[in-house]
Design a protein around this ligand. Structure first.
Ligand SMILES: Nc1nc2c(ncn2[C@@H]2O[C@H](COP(=O)(O)OP(=O)(O)OP(=O)(O)O)[C@@H](O)[C@H]2O)c(=O)[nH]1
Ligand SMILES: [Zn+2]
Length: 284
């Protein structure tokens, strides 16, 4: 299901035809709500209309915006304008890990400054995340990125202005989002959940068009889980299996920060996220 709007669900069938559907009453009774990204079973009423009979089991489900079955989160940072916010990057990476979703780090606007790509690569040198540099102006890296998007449902995330709309336009000329389009921003801002939709950028390759992942809520992350959500920390062993990597003796992570194996900024963001999550939990 690629779009939900005003009680209608829009479903793309295997043969590529699209159906406007209502949900079967029994789903409502069972409080099952179809979300964008869901794989569903429908019965058809006509060549364009149908009824959702069943929502198939989900691989994952993100909230605010609500979207399911994401294969990968594309975390975008601009080389310049806006200045990269690495706390946001590390938060998004942790959120993706907590949902067992793969992440891809994409440095945009490399036509303005290419040096930052090497910095980002070194920052993540011992984590598993691919780092790609792209430009919507010079088209550097776009073909490479297409390979990563192929056959997947990807969600673009990152600060406002990093070039998300521009990228969708670059990849799919048919979509034509207006870059910096105010009406689109208002629409997206007010009704994020109802208006998030999947855009098919090429065969069976979708992008979730929603701005929501720039203002994510940390409520979704449990503090005990945080160490494993910084995946390179797992490479180091600590005296205690439940080590929080903050003040314990014989902590492999703290050692790796000292030797520079773990980037200090990334470790500091880990501490910052711990603090923020604690504050949120204390509020409730
Ligand atoms: N130099 C350069 N500018 C770019 C590139 N990609 C986008 N821009 C510019 O960056 C600005 C913001 O681009 P958008 O695509 O609207 O950014 P966005 O991430 O969709 O922003 P929101 O819709 O606010 O989330 C525009 O002025 C684009 O022209 C690029 O690769 N190089
Ligand atoms: Zn430790």
């Amino acid at each position: 299901m690629y779009k939900a709007l005003s009680g209608f669900y829009y479903v793309k069938a295997e043969n590529n035809s699209c159906f406007q559907c209502k949900a079967r009453g029994k789903l409502k009774k069972e409080k099952i709500k179809p979300f964008v990204g869901d794989k569903v079973e429908i019965s058809t009423i006509s060549t364009t209309e149908g009824v959702i009979e069943e929502v198939l089991p989900r691989k994952n489900l993100f909230h605010r915006p609500t979207v399911s079955n994401i294969d990968q989160l594309v975390i975008m940072i601009a080389s310049e304008q806006p200045k990269p916010d690495f706390l946001l990057v590390d938060t998004l990476l942790a959120l993706a890990e907590s949902h067992q979703v793969e992440s891809l780090i994409c440095v945009t606007k490399v036509d303005l400054n290419n040096d930052i790509v090497d910095f980002v690569k070194s920052r993540f040198s011992n984590s598993k995340y691919p780092v790609l540099g792209i430009s919507n102006k010079s088209l550097v890296g776009i073909e490479n990125l297409r390979k990563y998007l192929s056959g997947k449902i990807s969600c673009l995330s990152g600060q406002s202005g990093v070039g998300k709309s521009s990228l969708i336009n670059t990849i799919n000329k048919d979509v034509n989002f207006k870059v910096g389009d105010i009406s689109r921003k208002i629409k997206r801002g007010k009704h994020t959940t109802t208006h998030s939709s999947l855009v098919e950028i090429f065969d069976n390759s979708f992008i979730v068009d929603t701005p929501g992942f720039s203002n994510i809520s940390l409520e979704q992350i449990d503090i005990q889980d945080l160490p494993r959500l910084f995946n390179e920390f797992e490479l180091y062993s600590c005296k205690f299996s439940t080590c929080s990597h903050t003040e314990e003796n014989n902590c492999g992570v703290i050692e790796a920060v000292k030797t520079g194996d773990i980037h200090l900024q990334r470790y500091n963001n880990y501490l910052m996220l711990r603090k923020k999550i604690k504050q949120i939990k204390e509020r409730y």
